[in-house]
Design a protein around this ligand. Structure first.
Ligand SMILES: *Cc1c(COP(=O)(O)O)cnc(C)c1O
Length: 456
């Protein structure tokens, strides 16, 4: 399809601006050349956006079982609340007394998130999970610095961690110590004991972890770190598995980030907007940032999250995680005759990882091929090649908002795909057969992205 710059013609406009009735801006700062904006009619623009919409796959089209991303349905009432003019038509520099309602929204959200996580203080400022990690790590650093404990330079990260964990720790100036996982996919306690010591600033962990497994030794893990003088950081990206039923604070964590765009249903994809609030225990309260980003937070994301929390209430939130776990386990049981989970024979929570290693070896059909074939069934592919410790990984997270029929449809599709892969590997290699874009050069797209229109 064409880009909007390739539509229309010189001088074409979609609206005629009224005469200016305020004094013209004092000259001095104007640009010397006119901006090259699209010159299209309203008809062209409307069709352009409709075409874009037709070519995008979103949750209103079908299921997005992207593991670790929690692509749950975003209730439309969130959007209604977030479009109220009292929330949208405000200015950050407005007299605080005129935005009392907005401040109340922020305070109520902070309080609710403290209760949900078992923390004592919360900042809503970080714009995403990774931003929250960085914030939380600086909070930990400040704490050690305040005690003159300058030897704590290392952050322990298990090998199953999300890539942002070691990246954030490195950005915050820490060295990374990797600890291995057991065959069962949980933290190896002996390796952890060996890694923890007077140079340990803290541990970063998500529980359930990126394999979808709840670490039953969690109390022992946080004790080991605390006894060594370190702090425990909870990556809350997988909170959807436990929300309303278990709290990171009760597991012994000191600092937590949440991904409001995952667990608390604000739309995400294509880069945002999101929010990654950071909570901590009372003794760390003073080390939270005062002003780190423009003004208070991604406010309308917060409005959506609070709407979601209030609509569900405490009991409703507990049902969210129960149903998320039930859906994942139901789906897994439907496909386990053909698809092998990794690790095998363990109890998964809200997501599970399958490995296509055997299929790849025997039939030369990879996890990528399977993912591409799902596209033809109207289902978004699961997360691929993550976590890194599983070969030919596909990570599946159905979320609580998918109906039983949809899970069964995904299972049927995966069974057909399995047969197709064995009988006709060439068909698998050329999938998808119905999508607008089929197999882009992903490495080139990541390394040399073209994000700017090159005018002739
Ligand atoms: C999504 C995710 C993150 C990063 O969160 P963003 O909001 O994408 O920055 C961190 N850890 C885990 C386990 C995740 O799934």
């Amino acid at each position: 399809m064409k880009l909007v710059f390739e539509l229309g013609s010189r001088g074409r406009r979609m609206s005629i601006l009224p005469e200016c009735d305020v004094p013209e801006y004092v000259p001095g700062n104007e640009r010397s050349t006119k901006p090259r904006l699209p010159e299209v009619s309203e008809t062209e623009l409307a069709r352009h956006y409709s075409e874009l919409e037709d070519n995008i796959f979103g949750l209103n089209n079908g299921m997005i079982p992207l593991g670790s991303c929690t692509m749950k349905y975003n209730p439309k009432i969130n959007e209604r609340e977030a479009s109220l003019t009292g929330f949208t038509d405000i200015h950050p520099l407005q007299d605080p007394d005129t935005v009392k309602g907005c401040r109340e929204v922020i305070k109520e959200t902070e309080d609710a998130l403290c209760e949900i996580t078992g923390m004592d203080a919360m900042t809503l400022q970080p714009s995403a999970g990774a931003h929250g990690e960085f914030t939380g790590l600086l909070t930990i650093k400040k704490y050690h610095d305040s005690r003159g404990d300058n030897a704590r330079t290392k952050i322990i990260v298990p090998d199953s961690a999300h890539g942002t964990n070691p990246a954030s720790a490195a950005m915050a100036g820490f060295k990374i110590v990797n600890v291995s996982s057991t065959e069962e996919g949980i933290v190896d306690l002996d390796a952890l004991r060996e890694a923890a010591g007077p140079d340990t600033a803290g541990l970063m962990l998500t529980n359930p972890n990126t394999l979808g497994i709840f670490d039953r030794n969690i109390k022992e893990i946080t004790d080991i770190i605390h006894e060594a003088g370190g702090l425990c950081y909870y990556d809350g990206a997988n909170l959807n598995a436990i929300v309303g039923n278990a709290r990171p604070g009760d597991m012994g964590f000191d600092v937590v980030h949440l991904n409001l765009h995952k667990t608390f249903s604000t739309p995400h994809a294509c880069g945002g907007p999101g929010a990654g609030p950071v909570g901590c225990r009372a003794f760390l309260r003073d080390f939270l940032p005062k002003h780190m980003r423009s003004f208070s937070c991604n406010f309308l994301v917060v409005v959506r999250a609070l709407t979601y929390i209030k609509m569900l209430g405490g009991d409703g939130l507990a049902d969210v995680s129960r149903n998320a776990v039930l859906n994942a386990n139901y789906l897994m049981s439907l496909i386990s005759d053909k698809y092998e989970t990794s690790p095998e024979g363990v109890r998964f929570m809200h997501e599970f990882v399958i490995t296509m290693e055997k299929m790849e070896k025997e039939h030369n059909v990879s996890a990528l091929d399977i993912a591409k074939m799902l596209d033809d069934y109207g289902i978004h592919p699961p997360t691929m090649y993550f976590p890194l410790i599983v070969h030919e990984a596909l990570m599946v997270e159905p979320t609580e908002t998918e109906p039983k029929e949809m899970l069964e449809y995904l299972s049927d599709s995966l069974h057909k795909i399995y047969e197709q892969s064995i009988t006709d590997p060439e068909y698998a290699h050329s999938a998808p057969h119905t999508a607008y874009i089929t197999r882009p050069d992903e490495v080139k797209a990541a390394r040399k992205p073209v994000v700017k229109y090159a005018f002739e």
